[in-house]
Ligand binder design. Structure first.
Ligand code: FES
Length: 253
């Protein structure tokens, strides 16, 4: 991967993690409210700030969309188009101020953005785009056998424990266990490779630190779940870290 592509990945990752969408929508809506209150200068500032804040949102949205296909891709294109039109209307409102019509254009822009937001919600909640694919995985909370110690080396190996696929790997003499399903789109990390202390997903090349699952390279934005692991009499045992034990498993593995 080129340096420029790597930098773009990092920008995308940070943009997705900083949740700028809520800030952009909030600022643009605040502009509408200030217009209604007759605070034209403040409204102009809010709309301007909202437009700037929307830039990283668009970048992360583009990253999510580029990995979709079929129905998801078409809905994503509609979502993107509505948001683009909405932002252009807000930009036009900014250019028109302080003349008459600026507030109306901003209001129309927010209405179109509302349609885009509804489509975005459909993408996330109905189609699962951008959702951590391990969110509902359970796994054992008690120490559970995961195979023979001799079977695990620095080559990632998949095991299934309590119905959940895990990946085991050794690095610098230490054994690590992570969820095998990539948090981005569910790629099997056990088919990837170990690079600089990270597991690299074979599908879109995200990298996760084997020690804590932290994202070192996108497009993934969510860390990979890490399991506690120990070796007892030549066998490997794992259990889920309590920090992940926030949910039951309503949809199977
Ligand atoms: S599935 Fe996309 S990076 Fe793993």
């Amino acid at each position: 991967m080129s340096h420029a592509a790597d930098v773009l990945d990092r920008i995308t990752e940070r943009a997705a993690q900083s949740r700028p969408a809520a800030a952009a929508v909030g600022l643009l809506a605040a502009g509408n409210l200030l217009d209604a209150l007759g605070q034209r200068r403040a409204a102009r500032s809010a709309v301007g700030a909202g437009l700037v804040t929307a830039v990283p949102t668009a970048v992360s949205g583009w990253s999510d969309w580029s990995d979709t296909e079929g129905h998801e891709r078409r809905i994503g294109a509609l979502h993107s188009s509505a948001n683009t039109v909405g932002l252009l209307l807000h930009a036009a409102s900014l250019a028109r101020r302080p003349r008459r019509g600026g507030a109306g254009l901003a209001l129309l822009g927010s209405a179109v953005l509302g349609v885009g937001g509804w489509l975005g919600g459909h993408l996330a909640y109905a189609l699962g785009v951008g959702v951590d694919t391990t969110a509902f995985q359970a796994g054992p909370t008690e120490w559970t056998d995961a195979g023979a110690s001799a079977d695990v080396s620095d080559a990632p190996a998949q095991v299934e424990v309590g119905g959940v696929p895990l990946v085991l790997v050794r690095h610098d003499g230490r054994l690590h266990a992570l969820a095998d399903r990539c948090t981005h789109r569910g790629g099997p990390l056990s088919d990837g490779r170990l690079v600089d202390g990270c597991l690299e997903c074979p599908w879109h090349l995200s990298r996760f630190d084997v020690t804590d699952g932290a994202v070192h390279r996108g497009p993934a934005t969510r860390p990979q779940p890490v399991y506690e692991v120990r070796e007892v009499a030549g066998r490997i045992e794992v259990r889920r870290q309590e920090g992940r034990a926030l949910r039951i498993n309503p949809v199977g593995v």
